[in-house]
Write a protein that binds this ligand. Sequence first.
Ligand code: BES
Ligand code: ZN
Length: 458
Amino acid sequence: MEDVLRYIESHQEKFLAELQELLRIPSISADPAHREDVLRCSRFLADHLRGIGLSVEVFQTPGNPILFASTPMIPAAPTVLFYGHYDVQPVDPLDLWQSPPFAADIRNGNIYARGASDDKGPVFAHMKGVEAFLRTRGTLPLNFRFFIEGEEEVGSAHLDPFIAAHRELLRADVVVISDTTQFAPGVPAVTYGLRGLAYLEVSLQGPSHDLHSGSFGGTVPNPAGILVDVLSRFKDERGAIRIPGFYDKVLPIASWEREMYDSLPFHAEEYRALTGVRKLRTEEGFTPLECRWARPTLDINGLYGGYAGPGAKTIIPARAGAKVSMRLVPDQDPEEIAALFTRYVLSLCPQDVSVEIKNLHGGKPVLMDVNSPWMKAARTAISKGFGKAPVLTREGGSIPVVATFKEVLQLDSLMLGFGRPDDGAHSPNEKLCLDDFYRGILTSAHLIDELGRTTAES
Ligand code: BES
Ligand code: ZN
């Protein structure tokens, strides 16, 4: 590995300049105004991968392009399918950023940009790992395929159909993903579980238009008031979710997991300070880590209805609504949970308002086998790349395609996080620590080396 590692060591500056170029493309998938930037980002990566020596196919979808790139074919060697996303979250609130979100400013050993940590930086680190092999040896000990999409942050609508239609193209031995994080700064992790998601919007209509609350008040149903009544019945006084059947399929947390979580360097007070809340609020009988990783949630993500501008406006609103997300754990199913949620909300709503419930998106929770030979290779690669053995973690966030890889392609995913929990993914001032970027590149190279010597039986 000397040659490969030396290449990485001596090209750090070049890698960083290239990463800056990538981060300067505002590939915000949620905003139609950035559609051209999203396309430009897919072209940038396609050109970059070709430049490194991969053969690249760009698949158009009804949404954003999917990139597929392969290293030169090595028969009888393992095949790794690397998944990541080149799209990023919106940047608002813009005034909280210390440097513009697409300036890719470097300060105090960090690079600041939307997408630096989630997920362009980690994706790019793997590209550099592959480049190091190709430039020094002209070949890899395995077949490495990049499978990179541009709609992850908006629910990946076109990804599952693409996977179902391209099983042969995507044939592999294992999936690699770097879209999770280290456990804490200096505590690298391999992640073996993710929560799933059911995300719905409830909207209620009362009057056909906003009414004068003096002239009409006292005679008509107010959808904002009714919405609040409905929402107030989602949880009991102990915080348990009251939707009938919600917990039926929740797997208990294994005792080895509880013990392992208890042994992790988790400091509730530091964690509390990071969130800015006065006091953590957790489910009775579970630790904060258990609640984040292995217990389901229900959260109101947003509320609308009536007048919320400056001063007073005396109306009875025509409409009011809420966006509600539920993070799910194995073996809950997002479609089943959406149906239970819908039935419960309908049962709570009085007849005098009309109710609309939309299922916006979802994803299944996953758990991986922590003892597979692939997992062993991942742990070794992190140990070598970060200079420290990783801990095993679950994550509270969701990467819905991981379940699709398992169900449709029968593939396990190795989740190696390069960024940190406090990188500010989805928040202002998102960053990636430059050391983590370089350690990520080293990890990628070691992973290629390790997986090249791994088979399903080894
Ligand atoms: N990188 C995250 C997933 C993630 C979040 C992993 C937190 C580990 C910890 C990903 O880009 C993401 O934000 N996913 C969405 C999925 C949703 C849009 C279906 C999420 O979790 O909200
Ligand atoms: Zn991500």
